[in-house]
Design a protein around this ligand. Structure first.
Ligand SMILES: *Cc1c(COP(=O)(O)O)cnc(C)c1O
Length: 454
């Protein structure tokens, strides 16, 4: 590990130790013992900072709580891990996390009627309005992950034995949300280009109608799927769903927070996004937005009355179980939001860098792209059976030689050992980093005498 990165963590930890002294002291200030500890800690910090500045010293703190490794992947490497790229925190989110990490930290100024989305200090209520506007829907709630958004919608619309249409590329959490509600999924098959079309969706709806005598109760489709990150014609699918009077859930796990999303224009009834996948937020976080029309159902408030105490809980929303993200998760989302909003406007640049990398990879003879090409997304499934895998066949480290070569160049996040089909995500990488990444693959190819086209 770079000693400067090591010392940065040590300095941060030393400051947390100092913070801990204030937390133990009286509001009136430090007592003599605490003051002595404080001075000692400041002296320690100065040593660390001197090492940090000079790039000297040896690692002193390598574990948290004695067992947990310090995670420096994002500081040390270029991380192309498919699901991690757009969930990396902004600097502002990291500040929010250290400041609001305490349990129910959002609840300092919670006033009647006691609901998370009504809190105005910090500006959680406004953030909810902003979130709804951001995806052009009427109302939004924060949820612990996209999956909990699916669950809330399924809990609202899906009864025992009801059918939900998903795609043949649907995420497992869509299956589970439907299963949890007692429903059954039916998958829309893909066409030859690995796309879900409106026609195929209509056909599947008809099939369900014929077989069960009932229409599906929900169509849940990913705008970009997690396997190829191909773009599916979600607006046309929404239109078809509405022709059958079936609501459409737009799964934006790989879109909301990285590219512009206009829920109304798409014709979505629900828009779901993932905070930790695409909104530079702490896990688990996400957003569930909807049109006004669905609010009375999906955001229904509790009607339950205690038989003994006759207690009622007013405006608590059933599907949200009252309140959802009550601490650092939500504050990290809020802190990243200005950056997230701005970055969606630069999506085309991200796509350009993604294509730059893929084009360079394709110059390594035998490499293929399994996702649609040219790329419309930064997540891509590639097939290097005809290039890097030919080396793995006889290499003593098998497929791991490629991860070894990459990690020695500071590149992590590719599926270790995989040299046939694998996924990568270039989201958030600067021009400089994308060029470095492409150069690294080229270098490895040349080292093993694969043909690299000019
Ligand atoms: C990652 C992903 C999810 C799950 O998102 P969480 O926020 O982790 O619940 C759902 N659907 C798709 C298409 C995904 O890629």
């Amino acid at each position: 590990m770079s000693i400067r990165i090591q010392k940065t963590f040590e300095a941060l930890f030393a400051l947390e130790e100092i913070r801990g002294i204030f937390r133990k002291s009286l509001p009136t200030g430090l007592d003599p013992d605490e003051d002595a500890t404080f001075r000692q800690r400041i002296a320690d910090l100065k040593t660390i900072v001197a090492d940090l500045e000079a790039g000297t010293g040896t690692p002193k703190v390598t574990k948290i709580a004695g067992t947990i490794d310090v995670r420096t992947r994002e500081e040390e490497s270029i991380n192309i891990q498919p699901i991690q790229a757009a969930g990396r925190l902004t600097t502002e989110a990291r500040k929010a996390l250290i400041s609001y990490g305490d349990g129910y930290s959002t609840c300092d100024a919670c006033r009647k009627p006691f609901r998370l989305d009504k809190i105005s200090k910090p500006g959680i209520a406004d953030f909810h309005d902003d979130l709804a506007k951001f995806v052009n829907m009427d109302l939004a709630r924060v949820v612990p992950g996209a999956r909990r958004g699916f669950q809330a919608v399924a809990g609202t619309l899906v009864g025992k034995g009801d059918t939900v249409i998903v795609s043949a590329l649907a995420h497992y959490t869509e299956f589970l949300a439907v299963e949890n509600a007692g429903g059954v999924v039916r998958e829309v098959p893909l066409n030859a280009q690995n796309l879900v079309t409106a026609e195929a969706t209509a056909q599947k709806i008809e099939e369900v109608k014929t077989e069960t005598g009932k229409l599906p109760v929900l169509v849940m489709i990913d705008h970009y799927d997690y396997q190829y990150a191909n773009e599916h014609d979600i607006a046309a699918i929404a239109k078809v769903s509405h022709q059958y009077d079936i609501p459409l859930l737009y799964n934006g796990a790989y879109t909301v927070g990285i590219m512009p999303v206009d829920g109304k224009k798409i014709g979505a009834d629900f828009v779901v996004g993932s905070g930790h996948k695409s909104m530079a937020s702490v896990a688990p976080s996400g957003v569930l937005a909807m049109t006004e029309e669905w609010a009375p159902k999906a955001l229904r408030t509790t009607a339950m009355v205690g038989d003994l105490t006759k207690r009622k809980f007013g405006i608590k929303e059933v599907e949200m179980l009252g309140c959802t993200l009550m601490g650092g998760t939500l504050l990290s989302m809020m802190a990243s939001f200005p950056t997230v909003k701005a970055r969606t406007l630069k999506w085309e640049e991200e796509v350009k860098r993604s294509n730059y990398f893929i084009d360079r990879l394709l110059k390594i003879a035998g490499s293929r792209v399994l996702s649609e090409y040219p790329r419309k997304h930064t997540l891509t499934k590639v097939d290097t059976t005809g290039s890097f895998d030919t080396i793995a066949q006889t290499h003593k480290r098998r497929g791991f030689y490629l991860s070894d070569e990459l990690s020695s160049r500071g590149i992590v996040g590719e599926f270790a050992g995989a040299t046939r089909t694998w996924k990568l995500n270039t989201y958030g990488l600067s021009d400089k980093k994308v060029r470095y990444l492409a150069d690294a693959f080229t270098e490895v190819a040349e080292k093993y005498e694969l043909t690299v086209l000019p």
